[in-house]
Design a protein around this ligand. Structure first.
Ligand SMILES: Cc1ncc(COP(=O)(O)O)c(C=O)c1O
Length: 488
């Protein structure tokens, strides 16, 4: 059935309790292995969240006015420009950026933000980016393309080894130009003391970049005034992790920084004037947003921020802390479950719980949760392979064997974990559904017969072949590919 936004409760969101009604698709039934259906239990918010209904409503309201921005002279273009620019301001204000001195640049996601910053930084061969073992690949691999990357390790329980980080900065003799840390881990949920690290980085003549992809949806962020010793110089986050999955990422940093040098991507929109010999770049953020921007994505993010702010990030953080503490309490009663990262001082974490069930492959557990429980979780190494392998105690020798197997096309032994991650709209009932299923799995009381695909490592249950189109009319069937002879 087509989504009719106005059929649902469209009231304002003033408290955490209102947020559940504001989520699109929460009552959507999904098929289970035994032929029954149940409403999907969405516990994969660290990957991507569902959309807020007010976000859809904002898009609906805006679409009659949709037009290209910045270069049109018609009324719709003027209006669209106003709304799109205001979304930039809302994103900056959301994290306490000084908008006089900082540019708010829209990209498509955090990954693109880090790639842009790494390309724009102008690193020399000897320049060091100091990062940590805990990072998502998006806050690691882009730096490796442009600078020498030094990884600080973790403590026995999965925190950043802060002493080692401080020592590396002091030892760096000014060669460390940037410290790149995530505000919260997508594996353990652990939050880094970003302001303390900023103070150390500045003391050593470096700047700090915070990957806030996992932090921004859950905790209030304050980049602090530019001249504060604990100011965050650069910060990035993704709208699809904060209830606005329409393809926008946000990169914030000094206007003077982005005002210098050439943009990483060039083309339309980034110039004031072009001759056959040269181009004069315009001012950031336009200078850094080459081509026609994703206006709808920006407006969606602005609308999501409005909802989050009207409820309040502190209230959201308190609710998610309650969920996490309930989840650990309940899961601890199951037995046969191993957790990764600390299970106490939960106020230092966002709502992420990584675990394994004794003796069972992580992908099998995730498949059973989905197929027999209607639960959406994720498993594997979550784009943070070094951290996950360290938490699991994979030795360098084992790692070498695994790498060889993967290169040979076999992912069946890839280590990993199952991850349940909570959003502002989740409830104790969602956690009960998870724990009840994990308990059944741990007792061997699952029903399906599962086989593993060696190439992907994923498990599927025999006989589970849901008709996607029955659930979502745009889901199929796929257009058959044309025979080669017909291709032009
Ligand atoms: C900590 C962290 N950083 C960066 C990213 C990359 O975000 P995106 O996929 O939006 O580029 C993710 C995504 O899961 C993440 O968890």
């Amino acid at each position: 059935m087509p989504l009719n936004v106005s059929q649902h409760d469209d009231g304002p969101c003033r408290s955490v309790a209102d947020l559940r009604k504001a989520i699109v698709g929460l009552d959507t039934p999904v098929p289970l292995l035994d032929g029954s259906e149940r409403p999907y239990v969405f516990l994969d918010n660290a990957a991507s969240t569902p959309s807020f209904r007010p976000v859809l409503r904002a898009i609906e309201d805006f679409l009659p006015w949709y037009s290209g921005v910045h270069r049109g002279t018609g009324f719709k273009s003027l209006l669209a420009t106003e709304v799109f620019d205001a979304a930039h301001d809302a994103a900056g204000e959301f994290v306490g950026a000084d908008l006089e001195t900082n540019a708010v640049i829209f990209t498509k996601n955090t990954t693109e933000c880090v790639n842009k910053l790494a390309a724009r930084y102008g690193f020399g061969k000897e320049d060091v980016v100091l990062t940590t073992l805990l990072e998502h690949h998006s806050n690691d691999l882009p730096w490796r393309k442009h600078a020498r990357v030094v990884h600080v390790g973790m403590t026995h329980d999965g925190h950043i080894d802060l002493e080692a980080l401080h020592a590396a900065l002091l030892r760096g003799n000014g060669r460390v130009r940037l410290v790149a840390v995530s505000g919260a881990s997508n594996i353990t949920g652990l939050c880094a003391p970003i302001h303390q690290i900023a103070r150390w980085a500045h003391g050593a003549g470096a700047k700090i970049f915070v990957d806030a992809a996992q932090l921004a949806p859950h905790h209030a962020i304050d980049m602090l005034p530019d001249d504060h010793p604990e100011h965050i110089d650069f910060l990035a986050f993704s709208a699809h992790k904060m209830y606005a999955p329409f393809g926008t990422g946000v990169l914030i940093g000094p206007r003077t920084f982005f005002g210098q040098g050439d943009p990483d991507a060039v083309g339309g929109g980034v110039v004031d004037i072009v001759t056959l010999e040269k181009a004069v770049w315009n001012r950031p953020p336009q200078k850094e947003e080459a081509g026609s921007p994703n206006v709808i994505g920006g407006i969606a993010l602005g609308a999501a921020i409005k909802v989050l702010r009207s409820v309040g990030m502190d209230a959201i953080a308190a609710h998610e802390l309650d969920l996490l503490s309930y989840a650990y309490q309940r899961m601890a009663t199951v037995g046969k479950v191993a957790f990764y990262g600390p299970t106490d001082h939960l106020e230092e974490k966002v709502g992420v719980m990584a675990f394994n069930v004794d003796g069972l492959h992580h992908s099998l557990v995730a498949a059973i949760l989905g197929t027999e429980g209607g639960l959406g979780v994720r498993d594997g190494c979550f784009c943070a392979h070094p951290y996950v392998k360290e938490l699991l105690g994979v030795s360098p020798e084992e790692d070498a064997v695994l790498t060889a197997e993967v290169i040979a096309g076999d992912k069946s032994h890839m280590p990993g974990m199952v991850r349940a991650s909570f959003g502002c709209y989740n409830t104790h009932d969602d956690i009960d559904a998870l724990v009840d299923m994990v308990e059944r799995i741990a007792k061997g009381q699952y029903k399906g017969n599962y086989t593993q695909n060696r190439a992907t490592g994923a498990f599927t249950a025999e006989g589970f072949a849901p008709d996607f189109q029955r659930y979502c009319r745009i889901a199929g069937p796929r257009v058959p590919s044309r025979p080669h002879s017909e291709a032009s």
